[in-house]
Design a protein around this ligand. Structure first.
Ligand code: GDP
Length: 195
């Protein structure tokens, strides 16, 4: 279902986004969390979203079309220290306003490296999503970096934190390298897009 996804457009401000029609699922995460890799893996494409670029350099909202009216939205990666303050503040504002106001947004994928969950900016994203009750699903990325037992322990720890602080969010393991969690992530997308 997702492998015909193609690039639609880029935006560097909210007014450049396509009209509020159809459905969008957004992907957010720190620079280097594995967001581009995850988008490529989920759409079975080698280079839909560019990987291994200079972290934090491509600061645009990139929109991809699964089929007419169904879009995956690649939000700019955050947390890259070398980005000038003014640029960082601009993007924080764009992210918060996108998450809080975009009507066609039906769900958020928040990507966190399984070895470094809950950066303060990740919590900020979860809070913004929580403000409007936006359904949120966490991908604990690069799960192949941990042994099975350690990965399961990390998953349970994040589950516990979410249950107590952010009950609207769910979580799963994900790896673009060994394809852990691809079916589960597709199932979540299917639900949000109403397939
Ligand atoms: P982005 O900045 O969030 O878009 O992250 P990228 O997708 O560009 O990935 C950042 C780095 O992490 C790259 O060196 C990737 O090869 C690596 N990476 C991404 N996904 C995985 C994964 O599932 N497993 C491992 N081991 N490395 C990954």
């Amino acid at each position: 279902r997702y492998r015909h996804t193609h690039f639609l457009t880029s935006a560097n401000a909210l007014h450049q986004l396509p009209p509020e029609a159809g459905r969008e699922v957004a992907f957010a995460g720190r620079s280097n969390a594995g967001k581009s890799s995850a988008l490529n893996t989920l759409t079975a494409q080698r280079a839909l979203a560019r990987t291994s670029k200079t972290p934090g350099r491509t600061q645009l909202i990139n929109l991809f079309e699964v089929e007419p009216g169904v879009r995956l939205v690649d939000l700019p990666g955050y947390g890259y220290a070398k980005v000038p303050t003014a640029v960082r503040l601009h993007w924080q504002q764009v992210l918060s306003r996108y998450l809080e106001t975009r009507q066609v947004l039906v769900g958020l994928f928040l990507l966190m490296d399984i070895r470094h969950p809950f950066n303060p900016l990740d919590r900020q994203m979860l809070e913004w999503a929580g403000h409007r009750g936006l359904a949120t699903h966490v991908l604990l990325t690069k799960s192949d970096k941990l042994k099975r037992g350690a990965a399961m322990a990390a998953l349970q720890s994040v589950q516990r934190t979410l249950a107590s602080e952010l009950p609207h969010a769910s979580v799963q393991l994900f790896s673009s390298h060994d394809r852990t969690g691809v079916d589960e992530a597709h199932a979540r997308l299917d639900v949000w897009f109403g397939y």
